[in-house]
Write a protein that binds this ligand. Sequence first.
Ligand SMILES: [Zn+2]
Ligand SMILES: [Zn+2]
Length: 256
Amino acid sequence: MLGKSPAWQDVDGACSGYLVEDDATRLLVDCGSGVFSKLRGVCDYTDVDGVVITHMHPDHFFDLVPYACALTYGPRGHGGRRGGHDGAVSPQLLVPSGATSFLNTLTVVGGQPRLLDGAFAISEYDAALPARVGSLELRFQPVPHYVPANAVDVRCAAGGRFTFGADHGPTDALDEFAAGTDLLFLEATLPAPEPDGQRGHLTAGEAGEHAARCGARRLVLTHISDELDGDWALDEARRSFAGPVEVARAGAVYEI
Ligand SMILES: [Zn+2]
Ligand SMILES: [Zn+2]
């Protein structure tokens, strides 16, 4: 758990960022503001095999920029020459459909039009199809949010599963997608449901309801501010989810 903050960081916290590892592969799920610093605290950023972005909100992708700078200008970077300079291999970067032009616009505005493209091996994923990063198999599920967003399910070769809902309002789309997952991270952003308009986030109580419907083995409430009461959030989730549940804590490690 590199970062669990919502769109504004906790004190000393980072936005969305989860490092998933098995014996062969390191995958970073989301790379929001502050995540690159946290990543550096737990592993060598040149040893990450891939990054997958759930949706194009700043709290889920903004730290791709410093990450790309490190790969390009850092002493162990590859000079922006993608794919094997001095033995370095660019991490895969899997982004939602249409996000490549979005990222290019961002870096053009910043005066470095090739920054991300030179640092990462970028590809857009089709949410209807599985993808692979090393030994990890990824599946996606579109979820209702203010921009196109995708839950992601990561399965390692040994069979363990981690599922992250990304940002989303109430939906039954996760019921089957996340059914029986070993470890479910669901957002719990809101103290109360949005009073009107499109739903784009969950309360802790709603996260518990979703986890119960999925039959998740374990639930972690994430995308939750340190300005919310964690004990209250746990109580809310436990109203409907009988399994183990905890509030995300940056630096926590979960074994599957
Ligand atoms: Zn979002
Ligand atoms: Zn978010």
